[in-house]
Design a protein around this ligand. Structure first.
Ligand code: ADP
Ligand code: MG
Length: 710
């Protein structure tokens, strides 16, 4: 029954079935029952009464036949008013106005028998039913009291909510009681309704208060099944991957006192933050275990992830192994090389007897590459920084211990499997994935369900918050801003001007926009200052040259497309101007803002907005209000839903039908713990066959594979 086609229901015509499929992807009865009502739109329509007994101002339900429709279009206003005249059974008539719903006149034409619910009022001499709800009735049908609470379903032209409600009712009537698949102890612990009751209640609640517990049960269900799937997968991966034997080893780079990582920390010009120390602890714990590490390091821009990366790489060297740092672009790989060279200088990196650090990217010449590959294979090179090419290519390491993946790289199971090919013994190196896109914890636990998570929730001391302002695009304050930039440049600082991202298919236009701004700034606004331009269409070498000039100060104002979004670190840059900021999402804006104020001087960020004065863009306002990336991520999640942080398809985030991560974060954490505990005890769910079936049905192997990210 559940998995039967919806067209098997007596009131679902072939045409309706086709519409359900095309509009909502509903094919089976189960799909229909998982087409849940909007959670905040249940209405109590009141009891059915004869008109004579109805009380003015109260909620009533009246049954009758529609006498006629009148559709009016008030002049000068963009709206329609469709008025139905209801001839109430038992005598009398009322008028019901519907705003901008003239389709109703066609959906339930004159002569249709209906139940109408709403607030009864008197307007001059006529009785009116305000905010009316309309349900079509068969000739012999009466609305019974159990229909008082009316759900609103996501609907579509030609398939109004009321019809969908009718389909659902027909399905529920025929459906035998659903078996329970949740373990009884969990249901008792969290006080959850049984599945059958919850599902029926959500669709046809006996009272408004009944909705909440029904929803709670089904949300728990959805998230719990997902977490079970993720935890099972995690166990399987761990069982497959043989980690490294972590005893002390002899290797080229291990020097006398053997503890490069400790010496590194001691030689830093500043103290690591408490959060960084916590990261050392957690990662150190992973490294000491034989099971391969798979950990996500989340930290807001500027929280000091690179230092943690350097530390974990040195831990590999301390065990006589090699380490890799992978960056998403060549610009970033080169920057990491510079940073690591500087950070590791006290350890004698690239000095004759010290550890060797090299760069390997797409631009590395063929001859150089050959040499490097040979040196990596015999272990002469200890640390290598590069792009994804590093694992794509046929690079074999003598003894690869740690892989650090920087910046929102998609790093899935197949990558992890490929890493094992980088070692001749097929063991899995430890992996640390770093991301600067703060992900609310609830989302991290879902998307990265099989990763351990460390959060750097603290910025190094003394960092001043970037001052952010939203300015209307046409405002005369633009001229003042340019004066301000001139001042900052005179003080030895630099400015970014970012031009909007056009659809990626229109990369050429994006470049054109950047070139326009560049020409205007270079010729008209700052004829006295060196202005540079960088965009994705520049060849790698050319782009590096411009970036280098900006770093050195030869270029003071840099016009850029979003190529500067991630990771670029120029401490003297203090002003970030974002043109057409409305085009960017919250996390992108936050990332770009993170490019300034990284040094000792305060940073400034200006967001030009085309939004009307009275209707500010909530995303820009949020960015201006707080510099806390995690708060912003929560805000983004609330404003735009899950899809905002990841392209849902790209991230493989399952389409949760009922759970809302922004709202159900607590349940995410709860289900993760419950699922982990259950899977630890009963990995294959032998004791819970119904649950096993449910998990497989919802999140089959393929969908879980797609979920593997990080
Ligand atoms: P992100 O997390 O954005 O990659 P970085 O690793 O680039 O941050 O660090 C940002 C800046 O902060 C760098 O210039 C780095 O040297 C500095 N930094 C990192 N940790 C500390 C610390 N504990 N105290 C002071 N400065 C730090
Ligand atoms: Mg970084």
């Amino acid at each position: 029954m559940l998995d039967g086609d919806v067209s098997l229901l007596p009131n679902v015509s072939t045409r309706a079935a086709a519409m359900l499929r095309s509009a909502f992807g509903i094919r089976t009865v189960r799909d229909l029952l998982e087409h849940y009502p909007h959670q905040d739109k249940y209405r109590d329509v009141g009891a059915q009464v004869p008109l004579a007994a109805a009380v003015l101002g109260g909620q009533v339900t009246l049954v009758g036949t529609i006498g006629r429709w009148q559709v009016a279009r008030p002049r000068g206003r963009k709206m329609t008013i469709a008025r139905a005249l209801l001839m109430v059974e038992g005598g009398g008539s009322v008028e019901a106005p519907f705003f901008n719903q003239d389709w109703r006149a066609r959906a339930t034409p004159a002569g249709t028998r209906v139940a109408m619910s709403g607030t009864l009022e008197r307007f001059r001499t006529t009785l009116q039913l305000k905010n009316a709800k309309l349900v079509e009735l068969a000739d012999d049908e009466t609305p019974d009291d159990s229909d008082r609470i009316v759900p609103t379903y996501p609907a579509t032209e030609g398939l109004p909510s009321t019809r969908i409600a009718g389909f659902v009712a027909a399905a529920l009537e025929r459906l035998p009681p659903l078996p329970e698949h949740l373990p009884a102890d969990l249901r008792a612990r969290h006080d959850l309704l049984d599945l059958d009751t919850a599902l029926r209640t959500l669709h046809r609640p006996p009272s408004l208060d009944a909705v909440r517990p029904a929803r709670d049960r089904l949300v728990y269900d959805e998230l719990f099944s997902l977490q079970i799937g993720l935890q099972q997968r995690r166990l399987r991966l761990e069982a497959e991957a043989v980690g490294l034997d972590n005893g002390p080893r002899g290797g080229g780079a291990v020097d006398g006192d053997g503890r490069l990582a400790n010496r590194f920390v001691a030689a830093l010009p500043f103290d690591p933050t408490a959060a960084q120390y916590r990261a050392f602890d957690e990662i150190g714990g992973d490294l000491a275990r034989t099971k391969p590490m798979h950990r996500l390091l989340q930290g807001d821009v500027g929280s000091g992830k690179t230092l943690v990366a350097a530390w974990v790489m040195l831990c590999a060297l301390d065990r006589g192994r090699q380490a890799v740092l992978m960056a998403p672009t060549e610009v970033l790989a080169e920057q990491h090389l510079r940073t690591l060279t500087r950070l590791l200088a006290p350890l004698g990196v690239n000095a004759p007897a010290g550890p060797r650090l090299e760069l390997l990217t797409g631009s590395t010449t063929l001859a150089r590459r050959r040499g490097l590959l040979a040196e990596l294979a015999v272990g002469d090179v200890d640390l290598v920084v590069g792009t994804h090419a590093l694992i794509e290519e046929r690079v074999l390491f003598a003894d690869l211990g740690v892989v650090v993946v920087d910046e929102q790289h998609r790093f899935g199971v197949e990558h992890r499997t490929r890493l094992r090919d980088k070692r001749s013994d097929g063991r899995a190196p430890d992996v640390l994935v770093m991301t600067a896109t703060p992900i609310p914890r609830s989302l991290a636990l879902t998307v990265y369900g099989d990763l351990d998570v460390t959060v750097l929730d603290e910025l190094p001391p003394g960092r001043q918050e970037v001052i952010t302002q939203v300015i209307p695009a046409g405002s005369p304050r633009r001229a003042k801003l340019y004066d301000f930039i001139r001042e900052r440049v005179a003080a030895g600082e630099r400015a970014f001007v970012v031009t909007p991202l056009v659809e990626s298919s229109e990369a050429l236009e994006e470049v054109a926009a950047a070139e326009d701004v560049y020409r205007r700034l270079d010729d008209d606004v700052f004829p006295d200052l060196p202005v540079g331009l960088v965009h994705g269409r520049l060849a790698g070498a050319e782009r590096d040259l411009v970036m280098e000039r900006f770093r050195s100060g030869e270029v003071a104002v840099l016009v850029a497309t979003t190529v500067i979004e991630v990771g670029v670190d120029v401490p003297q840059a203090t002003v970030m101007v974002i043109e057409d900021a409305d085009r960017f999402g919250i996390s992108q804006l936050h990332q770009m803002r993170g490019r300034v104020g990284r040094g000792a001087s305060r940073g400034w960020c200006v967001l030009f907005s085309a939004a009307e004065e009275g209707e500010p863009n909530p995303r820009l306002e949020a960015v201006a209000q707080t510099a806390d990336g995690f708060l912003l991520a929560e805000r983004d999640l609330a404003l735009r839903g899950e899809g905002s942080l990841f392209d849902t398809r790209q991230s493989g985030l399952p389409d949760l039908k009922l759970a809302k991560l922004a709202r159900d974060g607590r349940v995410v954490a709860q289900t993760r713990n419950d699922a982990a505990a259950l899977v630890r005890e009963d990995p294959d769910l032998d004791e819970h066959p119904l649950l096993a079936h449910e998990v497989r049905r919802r999140y089959g192997e393929q969908r879980l594979a797609a979920l593997e990210t990080g």
